[in-house]
Write a protein that binds this ligand. Structure first.
Ligand SMILES: [Ca+2]
Ligand SMILES: [Ca+2]
Length: 251
């Protein structure tokens, strides 16, 4: 990734009162000296699906959302090897309704806080996402850093192998609803800050991916659950997979 001076915002700028849908797109190697290397959205309504975000850099997030007015959706995207100072893949600032489903966030790095995501005064909801190998170099939230008044909802997610910075850092204003999610091998703990320990009705098991090596390479892994994974049919019992079975955990 080259860090060229210049661009305040990166690849795609979504200005206020826009209603934008992004699908089947690739964001690679974008750079912003300030907000959102790949995508910056302000006071707009955004849906992003089936897209890849690779090797993007923004000082605040490869993707930066601020003061969004609608419901924002991120479905079936892959975030790999993005970097920032705050919020390796995503930075949410005053975003009340952001929904993340079936995304993979792997090997993203914050040089300060929030390896995969930094959320400030925001209420992100996660369902069936996989977070692996994300890093916060300054020891604050390898996967998620939650700051200000934040309510996080997580169901059927995997948070594993945070390379540094603990799994999820919770500041004083955090509240959470976390169920049927899995926490595994996060360095050094799964939760730190306001909360420690994994809440009840969650898992601490090896997800047993089909193929996974924690080697800083997203391209040599298959993060589907292997047949022997205990996370199969271990998701929220009222949610069903397409085959009619109980939901699985992870993306
Ligand atoms: Ca790998
Ligand atoms: Ca199932």
């Amino acid at each position: 990734m080259s860090k060229k001076p210049g661009a305040l915002h990166g690849g795609l700028f979504v200005d206020s009162y826009s209603d934008v849908t992004v699908s089947n797109s690739a964001f690679s190697g974008n750079y912003a000296s300030n907000y959102g290397g790949a995508l910056y959205a302000y006071s707009s309504d955004l849906e992003v699906s089936d897209s890849t975000f690779v090797d993007n850099y923004g000082y605040y997030g490869a993707v930066y959302l601020q003061a969004m007015y609608g419901d924002d959706y991120f479905f079936r995207n892959s975030f790999c090897h993005n970097e920032s100072e705050y919020g390796g893949s995503l930075y949410l600032n005053d975003v009340s309704s952001a929904y993340f489903g079936n995304n993979i966030l792997q090997d993203n790095q914050a040089n300060v806080l929030g390896g995969a995501m930094y959320a400030y005064n925001s209420d992100p909801s996660f369902l069936n996402n996989t977070f692996v190998e994300n890093i916060s170099s300054d020891d604050g939230g390898g996967h998620l850093y939650l700051d200000g008044s934040v309510t996080i909802s997580s169901t059927n997610d995997i948070f594993a192998w945070a390379g540094d910075g603990d799994g999820i850092w919770t500041n004083g204003g955090t509240s959470y609803n976390i169920y049927y999610s899995d926490f595994w091998e996060n360095n050094a703990t799964h939760f730190d800050g306001q909360f420690t320990g994994v809440p009840a009705t969650n898992y601490e098991v090896d997800p047993l991916f089909v193929d996974y090596t924690a080697d800083g390479n997203c391209g040599n892994d298959d993060l589907h659950l292997s047949d022997s994974s205990t996370l199969i049919d271990a998701g929220h019992p009222s949610l069903l997979d397409e085959d009619g079975s109980t939901s699985d955990v992870g993306a």
